[in-house]
Ligand binder design. Sequence first.
Ligand code: SF4
Ligand code: SF4
Ligand code: SF4
Ligand code: FES
Length: 983
Amino acid sequence: MIKVTIDGRQLEAQPDELLVDLIERSGVSVPHVCYHPQLGPVQTCDTCMIEVNGRLVRSCATAVADGIQVMTKSAKASAAQVEAFDRILSNHLLYCTVCDNNNGNCVVHNTTKLLAIEHQTIPFRPKPYEVDTTNPFYRYDPSQCILCGRCVEACQNVEVNETLSINWEDPNPRVLWDGGSTIGESSCVSCGHCVTVCPCNALMEKSMLGHAGFLTAIRKSALEGMIDVVKGVEPETGYGAILQVSEAEHAMREHRIRRTKTVCTYCGVGCSFDVWTKDRYILKIAPEHGPTNGISTCVKGKFGWGHINSEDRLTSPLIREGDKFRKATWDEALTLVAQKLSELKASNGPDSLAFIASSKCTNEEAYLMQKLARAVIGTHNVDNCSRYCQAPATTGLFRTVGYGGDSGSFTDIEQADLVIIIGSNTAESHPVLATRVKSSHKLNGQKLIVSDIREHEMARRADLFIHPKPGTDIVWLCAVSRYLLDHELANSKFLDQWVNGLEAYRKSLEPFTMEAASRITGLPEETMRAVAQMIVDAKKVCILWAMGITQHSHGSDASTAISNLLLVTGNYMRPGTGAYPLRGHNNVQGAGDHGAAPNTLTGYQSVDDPEVQKRFEAAWKVKLPSTKGLDNHQMVDAIYQGKLKAMYLIGEEMSIVDSNANYVGDAFAKLDFFVVQDIFFSETCRFADVVLPGAPSLEKEGTFTSTERRIQRLYQVLEPLEGCRPDWKIIQDVANHLGANWDYQHPSEVMDEIASLTPLMAGVSYARLEGYKCLQWPVAPDGSDQPLLYTKDFPFPDGKARLFPLSWMGVTDAPNAEFDLHLNNGRLLEHFHEGNLTYRSEGIREKVPDVFVEVSPELAEERSIQSGTWVQLISRYGQVRVRALVTDRVKGRELYMPMNSVESPVNRLTSSHADAVTNTPAYKEASVRMTVLPDVGASPLPRVNSRFGHPTPQQGVEVERKWKRPDYHPPGNGLVQLQTKSL
Ligand code: SF4
Ligand code: SF4
Ligand code: SF4
Ligand code: FES
């Protein structure tokens, strides 16, 4: 520790701690406008001047040093602070009482008060630019912009979308999008980082405007009149009196604006944030304290909440009558569900019923769903959509290292020397995680290898982008492992100490010579050698993968190959290393963790383990079957075989997100009884006999588990819409109508039960998850968790990991003369999955109104296709009509179709081939032929989509350019010792 004296008081500081942080920590207030702890020193505002050993310095950019004397309120420091802030006020009109940002956290307001500013000496000067309202979610008011550059820093170096800059050399600097575009036509991805960190009202969510304040909804002309009044009295009253009025208005807001913590409902990154609401109206999403995301969000988490108050929410149970549905009371619907399920169980046995839990619902709801199946009905026929994506990754990890979860946290990925991304469009599917990789790559010299068949953003940023033939990643992974072993480049010390099975594994690698791998993958041998060398050169390697690996007929083996490679190179058991299968849905990790699977109870305890079975039987007071149930792929086949008669499915659009959608839909039509629980009348509801209206994440309590194994609480932001019920209550209602007699009053009681039955979650409780607290499993009874999964050993009897022998089986559904094009598919940044939630946000629809198929420029030229040409894609299983988007993101005869369509879902084209081990559909192994239709429409992506923008990468806000302006001089009569960001 270092000793520092602040205003005469001696304090201890951490080496490298910034003075501004130490001063704050000591309880002393020093102004700082541009500094934000999650952005670091931006150094544009100069308001944080303090005296250190007699010299003025910026406290945000100066690290502590032993024995220094700091004065925060000396005459010199105070004068410099006031002078700096006076310049800021010349860029900002203080009209707080009628400002939607008057919420107690406006930095300009608070600094005016802190410095007791009564009058400004430099008059306010509006900037000669219009307000930009061209983005659907936020607007920029240049005349209120204090040029602090926080937004630029956030966009350039945290989000790393590199859209924003400030034209410091201009007579009237302002924030620029793509160097001078409108926001709407820029590369802005609407992630909201800039809006979140803006210290005043220059950047604001449109949802706040006219809604947050008591006086802010008034007409613009009246508003301007009121601003004139405020400015008119200022010379006489000073700002002190004016601020008092605005603070009274702010105090009134406190009574009607609620701020409630929640966890994002979309992807598995697990961003958490406060939701600001006024009655049912969502004012804004405010990220700040999330352990995973801090200030970060993507467009969906920040702005994609239109589904909550959508007019087409289901608000009443529905019962089928012929081809139509009629509204029913809850009691009628629940009675019918219980009666039909009981009848079918009695006549066909419990295994004629099946249950699908939702990976969008909470852990507690997943647990209750599998308890309903097992304890009330008596079947292990329960699954969730991790079958469609993550089951192979879990298998690969179980085989090799023992736990089916990410080896570490995003902080480990951030600190890796080398990140390898395979089959993951991370920037669009896991956007906030991608920001951490982009930032480490841009700022800290992290190396990046991307393997994909599509040149997405991460591929474009990569140091090495490889494009193997579709489905052949497993081959190059095995070949690289073999090469490392053959050339004594493997980590033999780690292998000796921590890994079993080397010989059998080496033998299985015999066919994977570089020459054979090159022939199968199409990658040059030197490229694979370069990959191997980059791995050897890096001390810490993380491998990230997703559906491009798992959704193949050998998805489990390819996931295993990744883990094998990490073991061969010793990239486990240390910070900055490990395996990271990126979980897709917000709670797909949690649904599996909490037993919504046909072979495992909570915490991956086997259903056929007698000790486990006994424990659950004792707790649930029932007899449980000991043979595993059907997974959701097998359930569909069992319907065709006449073995499965009834299903109860929650929150899954299974009829279009399962592969070979026509086959699945036809199966549902054959069911004797089908219950679907959702918040909208989904496509799957069309096959239902009873539809039950559930509640979205903002209307219930519970926990989600993110891809980092991070368990986080979500709090109820809004009452359930009238007529709807939280899903955990509905499951309990169904169970009780079946005679179960459950009495859970709150999801915390469900979690207590889970913890009592599950060694992996033994120490989990709502008290330990309060607010923004979180736990990363495994959680010991004393509440200690494991952000880094493997520290002491691997969870096998001898504590050693296992190399798993592999072979290459080829791909299914490969292109041939009839179906000559390979069809890839996946997510888009703006829409989640099929878009049932995100299409209900108007701004997202504006950015991406429809689905499309990406066609390479080569193929477009060959077939006379342009963006907007309608084409018919025909596979062995179905066909869809869709518009083409010509782009060099895809190459040659490889197509890409995002999933964001209910009308033309890509899964009408995919097959029923599946991973041999987990039955995960081989979505990524599809081939089609394409008929070019005569109609040509507009481009399916409008000009306002960010993909048409032109980013302007630079090193943050580049404050040095401001300092070079002829009219700039540091405040405090030039006594400032200028600091740079490299401390
Ligand atoms: S991408 Fe757009 S919303 Fe995100 S930080 Fe940059 S300018 Fe702001
Ligand atoms: S728009 Fe950017 S530069 Fe302007 S005040 Fe807001 S964060 Fe600062
Ligand atoms: S969708 Fe994912 S990355 Fe985006 S805000 Fe939600 S959790 Fe974060
Ligand atoms: S806080 Fe702005 S320069 Fe230090």
